[in-house]
Each structure stands twice: as structure tokens, then as C-alpha cells.
Design a protein around this ligand. Sequence first.
Ligand code: PGA
Length: 247
Amino acid sequence: MRKKIIVGNWKMNKTIAEALDFVKAVDQKVHDQAEFGIATSFVALKSVKDAAKNLIVAAQNVHFKDSGAYTGEVSAPMLKELGLTHVIIGHSERRQMFNCSDEDVNLQAKKLLENDIVPIICVGETLEQFEESKTKEVIDTQVSAALNGIDAKDVEKVVIAYEPIWAIGTGKSASAQIAQDSCKAVRDVVAKLFGQEVADKLRVQYGGSVNTANIEEYMSQADIDGALIGGASLKADSFTEIIEKVK
Ligand code: PGA
């Protein structure tokens, strides 16, 4: 059975002090029936990684080169040195605001896997694409591009987060049925490319306005193996409630 993985994506929120307060309140609430993590800003990673005993600590982005003249960027070996095990890539905010392309996501995923770090690859359609019933097409394109040239044994380790852009930070979460159908569509693409056995091992998260009230319904869907959570991951109380509900 696939173990659920819940990751809080803090985006550009929380100073180091605020992040440490959160860890102090939440870390001991983590249980071993699922995996729980938080993706902090780059500057908070080391302090949070040192403080967290149970929470997975993830970064929100990575450059696909090891080193070089890339002002402002952070590489996979740098994150590995911190002991990080997971990094979010291809978030729609990076795709839309920082020109992150499907090709970049593929190079990032390969570089992370080379460093034994699990990529959490975000995919998802815009509102316009949703309204034009293009969700599955977008999922096919983004998932195929992200995993292009990756070995099947590595694909098994990857986490893919299906996040419809229209549901992110809007409070308009996708219905459990839509989330289930789209997460299944992600798995079907992986089955088509790498075989059903690999697809059955891959974990697929849903993300987009997940909160304490809807988490259980999402987690009861057959093809949803976790969640990527923005807003509701920022408060220790609500994240703790989510941890308690995912069993
Ligand atoms: P949200 O963000 O939970 O605030 O909608 C989700 C995300 O961007 O990963």
C-alpha cells in the first residue's frame, strides 16, 4: 500500500524564528501512519532541518546545474549537504511567474534523483484549460515532459502533485471526484510510459485549497496518496489537525 505524504508548501512565508516556533509546536504531533513535511524558504532550511526530528523538510525549488554563474540560484548538491530528502519543482507559481518550463522541470527532476532527493513534481491546468475540458491533455503533456528520460526505477520514487491552478489559494477546491479523476489521469500517464507496476508505486498528491474540513474526503479517494497544502499549512493548529486526520 502507498503511504500517504502530506507536505505544507509555505511559499514566501515565515522568518526563521516563525518557522522554528511552528516546528516546536508541530514536530512531536507527527505519527508514522503517513509522512508529513514542510517546504520552507531557502534561508530557513538549515535551522528547520536541525530542529525537525519527525517532519520532512523540503525546499521549494532547485537549479538543474551543480554550480556556476547563476546568480540567486541554489543547487541540488547544496540541498543534499543539508540532508534534504524532498524538493518541490514545477509549482505553478514558478511556471507562471518565473518562466519555469516543462524542460526545466525535467532537468530539475533528473538532477534531484541523481542526488537521491525525491522531486515533488507539480502539474495542473489553468481555469481556461479546465473550462475547455483540457485537464487530461495538460496532465499528459506535463507529466510526460517531466519524466522524459528518467529510469522506471527512479520514477517509482517520484511524487507528483496534481494542483489545478484555479484551486490554488482561491478557497475553491476541486471536488473530490475531480481531484480523484485527475490524480488517476496522472497515474494512467505513468502507466502508459513506464508500466502499471511503476504507476502503482508512484504517489500522487492533490493540492489546491486543501484544509482541515476537506482533507479526509480527499484522502479517502483511491488514487490520492497525499496533499500539497499552502494556506492551511501555515498555522500550527490547522496543520496539526490535518496530521491527526490523516491516519
Ligand atoms: P493552497 O496552495 O493550499 O493555499 O491552495 C496549494 C499550493 O500552492 O501548493
